[in-house]
Design a protein around this ligand. Structure first.
Ligand code: ATP
Ligand code: MG
Length: 294
């Protein structure tokens, strides 16, 4: 049992962003390894919401939170399970791109995580490769509830404009406060994320270019056709991505419906990935099995 932050020894920085800094830490007494997210400057309403959501999480496909420490001087530290293989953005950079089989598996697990969140009235609002963590057995865990929200029914969709522009659904840019389904925003972001993992770069830009969070990109997402999958993908995969990347949110599939899409059904039968180990000596050979040969 970790009782306070001073029981922990910081080993390494795992990442840092808008929300704070995440460290790999070791519990001095037990030598157990955890991840610790330190949020400087104390509890804003959004930080309170993040904590409230983490406390409610209990699913194999969402990151588990063990404890929350509030320091007298205002820092908040969130103790989480350490997810060894890290986030999919980093893994994707290492391996280039993922095979369709692996993407199908990631899709299935991410949908299970989102289904769990949505069933608890939680919208994630920031699904992207850096917020999907994987274990060495390729178990996917949704992380970073830094801009997530528990839907109470009284919200105004005006405040939908949060998250990362590059992965935001078109209706969020041009809804003018009109009603839309916040849950379906997560579906768009997941679709774009999965496509990115398969093609090896952010879909709205050419390979090598960085996705800038700029107004030009917003226009493109709103005005252009959604990005197209490469021809070598299976028909099921292409159709699945099309169901996620419907610009008209009323036509976009819900998480529940996507869970019974043929692409996902075959991923469930073909439970590849799971049970395979990455991040060990065999790292490269196993990973090269998993990634595509494009
Ligand atoms: P951003 O603003 O970039 O989204 P953030 O400050 O909100 O980041 P997180 O997304 O929670 O913080 O974590 C940042 C990074 O730290 C992740 O992208 C991931 O690489 C790493 N990380 C976070 N939590 C864990 C964990 N439990 N296990 C392993 N790595 C983690
Ligand atoms: Mg993040």
């Amino acid at each position: 049992e970790v009782e306070c932050v001073s029981d922990l020894e910081k080993l390494q920085i795992l990442g840092s962003g808008n929300g704070g800094t995440v460290y790999r830490v070791r519990h001095k007494q037990s030598s157990k390894v955890y991840a610790l997210k330190v949020i400087r400057g104390g509890a804003t309403d959004q930080v309170r919401q993040e904590i409230e959501i983490l406390r409610r999480m209990d699913s194999p496909n969402t990151v588990r939170c063990h404890a929350i420490f509030e320091e007298a001087f205002g820092d908040i530290s969130i103790l989480m399970e350490y997810v060894e293989a890290g986030s999919l953005d980093v893994l994707a950079k290492k391996v280039g791109s993922f095979s369709e089989t692996l993407v199908a598996n990631i899709a299935y697990q991410s949908l299970k995580g989102l289904d769990y969140l949505h069933s608890k009235s939680i919208v994630h609002r920031d699904i992207k490769p850096s917020n999907l963590l994987v274990t060495r057995e390729m178990k996917v865990k949704i992380a970073d509830f830094g801009v997530s929200k528990i839907i109470t029914g009284s919200e105004n969709s005006c405040n939908g404009f949060v998250g990362t522009c590059a992965y935001m659904s078109p209706e969020k840019f041009n809804s003018h406060g009109k009603d839309f389904d916040l849950f379906l925003g997560d579906v768009w972001s997941l679709g774009l994320t999965l496509m990115e993992l398969y093609i090896g770069h952010y879909p709205y830009v050419k390979p090598g270019q960085k996705a800038a969070d700029n107004p030009a990109l917003m226009w493109e997402i709103c005005l252009e056709e959604p990005p197209c999958m490469p021809k070598d993908a299976s028909e099921d995969f292409k159709d699945f991505i099309e169901c996620c990347l419907q610009k008209d949110w009323t036509k976009r599939w819900t998480v529940e419906k996507l869970l019974s899409h043929p692409f996902i059904i075959s991923a469930r039968q073909n439970d590849f990935g799971i049970g395979r180990t990455i991040g060990t000596k065999t790292d490269n050979s196993v990973l090269s099995d998993l990634v595509s040969v494009r």
